[in-house]
Structure formats: structure tokens, C-alpha cells
Design a binder for this molecule. Structure first.
Ligand SMILES: [Zn+2]
Length: 280
């Protein structure tokens, strides 16, 4: 216990390559270039969500995956609205951003349609049962979510496709000009491609270039700045940074040196990690 800031349930950093920090380093080295927030000049500044927001299904920043089900599992968003002409619904912020993205894509010559938006717990259960019956549960869980673990239940995830139907819900969508346009510009509208190529071990899902997750522009910009490759890595880093306490060490790393997205601060003789937003 040091300087009164320790707490029984907080993790101590015992060495300067503590497991969590080593993970960040590996993540930073492996990180793919993230979409830049290059909106038309009126985008809010990058800002990280709080650790509470990362678990709050009412927050646009909540992380949901197979190991972090919704709480409650039958969560229903307070407000949903139709995405014009699609027959699908999203929460209002995500619906508005989807409309803007589709309009901008059309201006660039890419004609997109919403293929899926909000799905209720019950609808997700039906879908998962259908996939399980057809492919077996192991494969079904790679391409679909068990009820209570889908981002679509948040009303914050949208599947987009070409109006022509080319490569609909297939990896080759990412190779189309529209898919490339989405990868480049989704961040400007507060979306990320949630299941990037080659990240199945981290996200639990195979590559889905059509599945966009609305995080809001501030979180999306912070995600891009973090250089995390997946939202799982970003959330891990935020939660770990909030969980780390300073501790005196014999073997101090150099002041100001970088450890992945984290900054090492030993100015007062204590080892401390601060997150990337303080690191230039
Ligand atoms: Zn989807």
C-alpha cells in the first residue's frame, strides 16, 4: 500500500513489462492504421468514454461481445427510429449518422442500403437457432451472436450492402469500391468496422466489412488515435489504465518512454502508466 491510493481490488504493476502492459505493446505493434476522423471541421474532439460507459447498454460506447453480454440480457433501447426506407430501426443518433453516411456515399457514386439494424433479444434467439440448426452451434457462433451478446440488440450496429446486392454480407464486400469507401470514411460519421480482417481471435467474429458499429464521433476519434486494431483492445487498454496504481520499483524504465499506447511516468520515483491521450 502506498500513498493511500491503493485499493484491495486494484491491480498493481509489478514489473515494467507487466502482462497488461506487454499486451498493449503487442497490440500497438500489430495495430492496423485506423480510420482518421477527418470530418468537415465540425467534429467534436476525441474523447474516451468512462469505464462505466463501457458497460452501460444505454451508452454509445458500451462493449458487447460473447464474453460481455448485455446487462440485462434482454435490454431494449429507450428510443428507436426507422432508417428511412429501409424497414430497419436504430437508436436516433445512429439512425441519423447512417442516413448521412449513405447520402455521402451516394454523392461519391456508391449506392448503399441498410440490410440489418436493431434486432431484439427474441429475434436474435430465432436467428441463432436457425444458424445452429443449419451449421451446428460452433460455426453459428462465428457468424452470429447468441441472444444477449449482439451489438444489433443495442440499436447501434448496422449492416450495409450495395443496392445491387453484390457481395451482400460477404467478405468480398470489403473489396468493392463501396466497401473501400466505407473503410475510409465511416469514422467521419462515428462508425467503426467492428470486425476487421484477421481479428477473429480478438473479436470472436470473422471479417465483416459490412457491419458498422456506431460509437459517436468523439469515441471513434479517440479509438483511431489509440491505434488499437479492435474495440476489444481499446476497451482493454482503457480499463487497464483505470485499474493501474503506482508502485515503487527498483528497475525503473526511462522517464517518458512509451509502452504501446501508454506513457511511462517515473518522475516522482513511482512507476505509473498514463493512457495515450497524455502521450504525444
Ligand atoms: Zn451485423
Amino acid at each position: 500500500m502506498i500513498d493511500g491510493r491503493d485499493a484491495p481490488n486494484r491491480r498493481r504493476v509489478r514489473g515494467w513489462l507487466a502482462p497488461a502492459a506487454a499486451l498493449f505493446l503487442a497490440c500497438a505493434l500489430a495495430a492496423a492504421p485506423a480510420a482518421q476522423a477527418t470530418g468537415p471541421g465540425d467534429a467534436p474532439p476525441a474523447a474516451a468514454p468512462s469505464v462505466d460507459e463501457l458497460r452501460d447498454p444505454a451508452s454509445t460506447a458500451v462493449l458487447v461481445n460473447a464474453s460481455r453480454p448485455l446487462d440485462p440480457v434482454d435490454h431494449v433501447p429507450n428510443h428507436l427510429e426507422p432508417v428511412t426506407g429501409s424497414g430497419h430501426e436504430l437508436v436516433p443518433e445512429a439512425a441519423a449518422a447512417t442516413r448521412e453516411l449513405i447520402e455521402a456515399a451516394a454523392s461519391a457514386g456508391h449506392f448503399l442500403a441498410v440490410e440489418s439494424g436493431y434486432r431484439s433479444y427474441t429475434r436474435q434467439a430465432e436467428l441463432f437457432d436457425q444458424y445452429s440448426a443449419r451449421y451446428g452451434e460452433a460455426y453459428a457462433s462465428r457468424i452470429s451472436a447468441e441472444p444477449g451478446t449482439s451489438e444489433h440488440q443495442l440499436g447501434l450496429a448496422v449492416d450495409l450492402g450495395l443496392t445491387s446486392g453484390l457481395c451482400s454480407l460477404q467478405a468480398c464486400f470489403g473489396d468493392t469500391e463501396a466497401g473501400q469507401w466505407i473503410a475510409e470514411h465511416a469514422g467521419e460519421y462515428g462508425f467503426i468496422i467492428r470486425y476487421p480482417e484477421g481479428s477473429e481471435e480478438l473479436t470472436g467474429y470473422s471479417y465483416e466489412p459490412w457491419h458498422l458499429r456506431y460509437l459517436g464521433e468523439a469515441t471513434t476519434a479517440d479509438f483511431a488515435a489509440s491505434k488499437a486494431g479492435t474495440y476489444e483492445e481499446y476497451v482493454d487498454a482503457l480499463e487497464a489504465a483505470a485499474d493501474v496504481v503506482a508502485e515503487p520499483l527498483d528497475d525503473l524504465p526511462p522517464e517518458g518512454s512509451a509502452l504501446g499506447p501508454l506513457r511511462i511516468d517515473v518522475s516522482d520515483g513511482l512507476f505509473r502508466l498514463s493512457d495515450w491521450r497524455e502521450f504525444e
